[in-house]
Design a protein around this ligand. Structure first.
Ligand code: IMP
Length: 178
C-alpha cells in the first residue's frame, strides 16, 4: 500500500496512475464519439486541472483547441470574499462548443460560477468533464457529462490536486489517512 506524507498529513494511494490513464482513454473516446465532426474548445480550470487537461487533450482527435482559465478572488476594496472573477478568458471562445475540464467537483460551487461566467459570454454549448466527483457533497443541478471517478467525501491529493500547494506532482490520487 503506497503512502506519502505532505506537510503534517499522511495520505494513502487510492487510484493509481495506471488506472487513471485507462479511464482518461475511455473519457477521450466518449468525447471523440460525442463530438465527431464538430469543433470544440476545452477550457481547463487552473490550477488543479492542468495534468488531467493535458492527458485528456492528447487523446482528442477532433478539431480542437484548449485554453486555461482561473477563478480568482476579486481584488477590490469591497470585503466580499465570495466574489470571484474569471481570468485568462479569451474572446475567441465566443460562440464555440466548450468542454470545461475540472480536476474535482465537490460542492459544485466553483463549477456553478464557471458555468455562469461562460453563459454570459455567449458560448454555443457547455459540457463538463471532471476527473473526480464527490456525489455526496454535490449541491448543484448542473449535469456533469464526463466523470472519471466518483469518490467518497474525503480529502484527496495528487494528479494535479494539492494540499496547501503540495502533492500536485503525484502520479496517483491519494486520500487522507485519518
Ligand atoms: P467545489 O467548489 O466545492 O466543487 O470545490 C472545487 C474546488 O475545491 C476544486 O477545484 C479543488 O480546488 C478544491 N477541492 C475540493 N475537494 C478537494 C479535495 O479533496 N482535494 C483537493 N482539493 C479539493
Amino acid at each position: 500500500m503506497k503512502e506519502t506524507v505532505l506537510l503534517d498529513k499522511k495520505f494513502r494511494e487510492m487510484i493509481s496512475g495506471e488506472v487513471i490513464s485507462k479511464r482518461v482513454d475511455e473519457l477521450a473516446e466518449m468525447i471523440n464519439r460525442d463530438f465527431a465532426g464538430k469543433e470544440v474548445v476545452f477550457l481547463g480550470i487552473l490550477n488543479g486541472a492542468f495534468l488531467f487537461a493535458a492527458d485528456l487533450f492528447k487523446r482528442i482527435d477532433l478539431k480542437a483547441r484548449i485554453s486555461f482559465v482561473k477563478l480568482a478572488s476579486y481584488e477590490g476594496t469591497r470585503s466580499s470574499g465570495s466574489v470571484k472573477e474569471l481570468i485568462g478568458w479569451n474572446e475567441d471562445i465566443k460562440n464555440t462548443q466548450v468542454i470545461v475540464i475540472e480536476d474535482i467537483v465537490d460542492t459544485g460551487h466553483t463549477l456553478e460560477q464557471i458555468v455562469g461566467e461562460l453563459k454570459v459570454r455567449n458560448v454555443a454549448s457547455i459540457k463538463v468533464a471532471t476527473l473526480l466527483f464527490k456525489p455526496k457533497a454535490y449541491t448543484k443541478k448542473i449535469p456533469i457529462d464526463y466523470v472519471g471517478f466518483e469518490i467518497p467525501n474525503d480529502f484527496v491529493v495528487g494528479y494535479g490536486l494539492d494540499y496547501d500547494g503540495y502533492g500536485r506532482n503525484l502520479p496517483s490520487v491519494y486520500t487522507l489517512v485519518k
